[in-house]
Design a protein around this ligand. Structure first.
Ligand code: FES
Ligand code: FES
Length: 155
């Protein structure tokens, strides 16, 4: 079947199977930042933004994104690097497997909630598993990144 959507600001028209999931489609398109970990909506390594909202691409049928926008980390590379630096500064370096998902989620959080509460931050991060570096350090990194985003938004 034919599916048409905007991938990282470029319209694409693809032929996919009706039962094909977005993670597979994206990887077939060479978008290798989308990692498939658990393949059952539990880990967040396959996170992409669909119309700006974090979504697990392993559990979204490609047909469901018809007419929507899909953003992967390739489109927010500069921001993702900044976010990675904040994690690193807090001693919460993320591995290449989970960082992509975290970067997209934190980016979306910054756009949706200019002043999030701790609870809102936790709710946003809840789908992205990795507590290797300790939960507290991740929270601190996210808060410092958001403070920086806010500072720049005021200018
Ligand atoms: S691979 Fe999609 S949530 Fe784990
Ligand atoms: S899974 Fe990536 S740092 Fe823990």
């Amino acid at each position: 079947m034919e599916v048409r959507f905007v991938l990282n600001r470029t319209e694409v028209v693809l032929n996919v199977r009706p039962d094909e999931y977005l993670a597979e489609t994206l990887r077939n398109q060479g978008v290798l930042s989308v990692h498939i970990g658990c393949n059952e909506s539990n880990c967040g390594t396959c996170t992409v933004l669909i119309n700006g909202k974090p979504s697990m691409s392993c559990s979204v049928l490609t047909a469901q994104v018809y007419g929507k926008t899909v953003t992967t980390v390739e489109d927010i590379q500069e921001e993702a690097n900044k976010i990675a630096d904040y994690f690193s500064d807090e001693g919460a370096d993320q591995c290449g497997f989970c960082l992509v998902g975290f970067a997209l989620v934190v980016h979306a959080l910054a756009l949706e909630y200019p002043n999030p509460t701790d609870e809102e931050i936790k709710n946003y991060l809840v789908g992205n598993l990795c507590r290797c570096s300790g939960y507290h350090a991740q929270m601190e990194a996210v808060k410092k990144y958001l403070a920086e985003v806010k500072k720049h938004a005021k200018k």
